[in-house]
Design a protein around this ligand. Structure first.
Ligand code: ADP
Ligand code: MG
Length: 478
């Protein structure tokens, strides 16, 4: 086959693959690819980078073979060949952006019309958060699939949909994408996106103004209610009560409810009323986890497209390799690079990225020597500090650090305090008296007593054990 024939065949194959793949994935993974030739029924496909190889083998090989066979039944097998020169070879590769121009009307209009009842506040849906701009990988595949199903058939079998995961892993993006997708297919639908804090404020205001009925009526008219970060409903009994009834009304009317949280429903047991929690447990539950290398790179590529700067593949690959803790950090670094470019005309290079990463990850506890190292450490690789433990416990139980280290004897505070001591002993190089010192000057025997108590309870109470594991994860020591 000559070059022109290779190109024609590859264009045909790409045309067959296009409807099967998400646009962002297609652009990311088929950029600078080509048909290199054919050898006795083996079609040889060129990939521009070694890292494409695994991804293609795992995700696209079968589909590609099927498409190729439809065009030429003589093709029996696919072989991949990595050829770095493809990236500069315009004669062999097909320009995907020309072949598949962005379809008009595919992106949402800048101002999504959100029909909400009079007086009802909704945090606006962000038009950038769509299914199209969400990069799918093993870490979020289920959550993404469930979200798509819900957008296609709200109030169907995945009701409620519960998405959970750590900070910056795409929960808000997915939640809003569900709302955006529904509005796109059904502009008449009433979608309401809110956060648990916003909902709480509205309940408080309505109570004060004696307008609870109005609020209720309005909330219960929506087709889809999306509530982000429901862990902040913790200890807000009245709000939970309202939410529970709204939930039931919507559920019975076959309206969709979508919520997110930083932990699964089972772990919300002392933050949410049981009856609310058990509603969530009966719905569809999916998590978003830390993305793997390929997904991180794909996300970077997707985001880089939004800026009018050329990011060399090497540069993005370097960032994807070193920044592992959240998608938000990846974006933060990209944005810094864009700022450097715009303000100082500095082209992003591996070195400039390394500098940004060092700056952003600088930790006052680290010594000079460490700072010279290139890289962006995930929290898990830092030695935890006392503050990290306190922050972890405080965030998990939604109680203040003052309370944890203070003197209150309330059970809700006592147990988290004992857990903080236990974790302090386990992970920090602090003596019992030093630890006691940080907890309002308690002596070492009080500390040891608390720690033993937690150790004992962990053996008998799997729920407590799970909570502690979750906090350890949060603190980055597991
Ligand atoms: P969370 O709500 O879980 O804290 P966000 O949804 O706010 O996280 O995500 C943080 C940022 O990372 C957002 O800008 C979001 O668009 C981006 N992001 C997260 N996951 C993905 C993904 N899989 N694909 C594309 N962008 C993502
Ligand atoms: Mg969020």
């Amino acid at each position: 086959m000559n070059t022109a024939q290779c190109r024609t065949l590859w264009t045909g194959i790409l045309n067959k693959l296009e409807p099967l793949l998400q646009r962002s994935m297609l652009i990311t993974w088929f950029k600078d690819t080509a048909v290199l030739g054919m050898d006795e029924g083996k079609l040889i496909i060129g990939l521009p980078l070694p890292m494409f190889l695994n991804w293609h083998m795992q995700h696209y090989k079968e589909q590609t073979l099927r498409a190729a066979k439809e065009l030429d039944p003589a093709i029996e097998q696919i072989m991949y060949h990595v050829d770095l020169s493809l990236r500069e070879d315009e004669t062999r590769v097909v320009d995907l952006l020309v072949l598949f121009p962005e379809k008009k009307g595919r992106k949402l209009p800048n101002k999504p019309e959100i029909k909400i009842g009079e007086g009802l506040r909704s945090k606006m849906l962000n038009p950038r958060y769509t299914m199209d701009t969400f990069v799918v990988g093993p870490s979020n595949r289920l959550a993404h699939a469930a979200s798509q199903a819900v957008a296609a058939q709200p109030g169907g079998k995945y009701n409620p949909l519960f998405i959970y995961g750590g900070v910056g892993l795409g929960k808000t993006h997915l939640l809003q994408a569900v709302g955006n997708a529904l509005l796109q297919s059904n502009p008449q639908a009433t979608v309401l996106y809110t956060t648990s804090e916003e909902f709480t404020n509205q309940v408080i205001e309505a109570l004060q103004a004696r307008k609870m009925d109005t609020l209720r009526r309005r909330y219960r008219q929506v087709d889809m209610l999306i509530v982000d970060d429901i862990q902040f409903f913790a200890s807000k009994e009245r709000t939970q009560e309202e939410f529970f009834h709204t939930f039931n009304t919507l559920f019975e009317a076959r309206k969709q409810v979508v919520v997110s949280s930083d932990r699964p429903p089972q772990e919300l047991h002392n933050l949410l009323q049981d009856r609310l929690r058990s509603r969530f447990e009966k719905g569809m539950i999916a998590d978003v986890a830390l993305p793997d290398y390929e997904t991180r790179l794909a996300i970077l590529m997707e985001r880089a497209k939004e800026y009018e700067i050329f990011f060399d593949h090497k540069v993005l690959a370097f960032v994807a390799e070193h920044v592992t803790d959240s998608v938000r950090s990846l974006e933060g670094i990209l944005m810094q690079a864009v700022a450097q470019y715009e303000l100082e005309q500095r082209i992003p290079t591996v070195n400039s990225m390394a500098e940004i990463m060092c700056k952003l990850s600088r930790d006052p506890m680290k010594n000079e020597e460490d700072e010279k190292m290139i890289g962006f450490e995930s929290p898990a690789r830092h030695a935890p500090r006392f503050e990290d433990v306190l922050n972890g416990v405080s965030a998990y139980y939604s109680i203040s650090i003052q309370d944890i280290t203070g003197t209150s004897r309330h059970r809700e505070i006592l147990v988290p305090r004992q857990i903080a001591m236990y974790l302090g002993k386990k992970y920090l190089r602090m003596s019992l008296s030093q630890l006691g010192e940080r907890f309002s000057g308690r002596d070492h025997s009080t500390v040891i007593h608390s720690i033993r108590k937690i150790e004992q309870q962990m053996k008998d109470d799997p729920m407590l054990l799970r909570e502690i594991r979750a906090i350890e994860k949060e603190v980055g020591v597991d």
